[in-house]
Design a protein around this ligand. Sequence first.
Ligand SMILES: Nc1nc2c(ncn2[C@@H]2O[C@H](COP(=O)(O)OP(=O)(O)OP(=O)(O)O)[C@@H](O)[C@H]2O)c(=O)[nH]1
Ligand SMILES: [Mg+2]
Length: 302
Amino acid sequence: MSAHPDTKCGFVTILGEPNAGKSTLVNRMVGSKVSIVSPKVQTTRRRILGITLQDKTQVILVDTPGIFQPKRTLEKTMVKNAYEARQGADLIVLLVDAKQKTFEGSFAILEKLGSHQPILLALNKIDLIEPAQLLNIIEQFRHFSQITDVLMISALTGDGVSDLLDLLVQKMPKGPWLYPEDQITDISLRLWAAEITREQLVLQLQHELPYETYVETETWENFANGSVKIQQAIVVARTAQKGIILGKKGQRIKEISQKSRLEMEKHLGHSIHLFLFVKVTEDWMERPHLLREAGILDADGY
Ligand SMILES: Nc1nc2c(ncn2[C@@H]2O[C@H](COP(=O)(O)OP(=O)(O)OP(=O)(O)O)[C@@H](O)[C@H]2O)c(=O)[nH]1
Ligand SMILES: [Mg+2]
């Protein structure tokens, strides 16, 4: 928070199809895990800020849920969250998985966004493709005149990411920083910890099950010796799902708990005592007030 005349500050909204690598990119640019990542689609459910300070410029990155054709209430809310994150953006980055066979999904996003906002196109996952293929991909986006710049990156290896960040810095408007200089996200530690456990659900559970769960941090206690006691509820949509999460002799929930705890400890740097239990809330994904409780729908619309 500085009123220095040289400072710049702006919002960069990262949009793209599910699994394009948006959260990986935001984490890499921030240099810390603010948003969870998985090989499965629809991992991110709400807008999450990743804030990075580059010399005198504060770049506020907006990670968003992937955009696809939504059917269910939860999916519609997620896609709405993504499109709403456009509002107030100084710049939009469309992130595209260059490894995909077709770019129809990204074309549809560009069409929906229209031509009134300039868009930076970032082709991601270039570590997986032959350089010769890139020209062909860029050619396919030629008709979209709102694209002002094209960059090629690998959010995973970091290749090209500092060039992208330099370009974002250049494009940010003058103005005071909106967040304290050491702040890296806008989500609370409680929500972050719930996301870390949800990441394990996405990684460890099969089929539709991860999509029918959410995690709520119910209690958070800090102790004088620096350790933290966290109690979380894993909410499922049907009674039958409870047994799957518990697993044989409680093995599955034990595994989820262990991995989540290690991940939390790695990032927070103190010892964590994590207690998980499973709660059934019938069809929570179809009920807006429960989506709000799950942190997917903000009180003000998000
Ligand atoms: N090889 C490779 N994999 C990548 C790269 N960027 C992301 N990934 C992988 O792609 C998968 C999806 O990454 P995410 O960051 O979760 O993608 P997302 O766009 O946030 O996905 P949603 O939140 O579901 O919309 C993960 O397995 C990442 O490790 C990259 O540059 N190269
Ligand atoms: Mg994501």
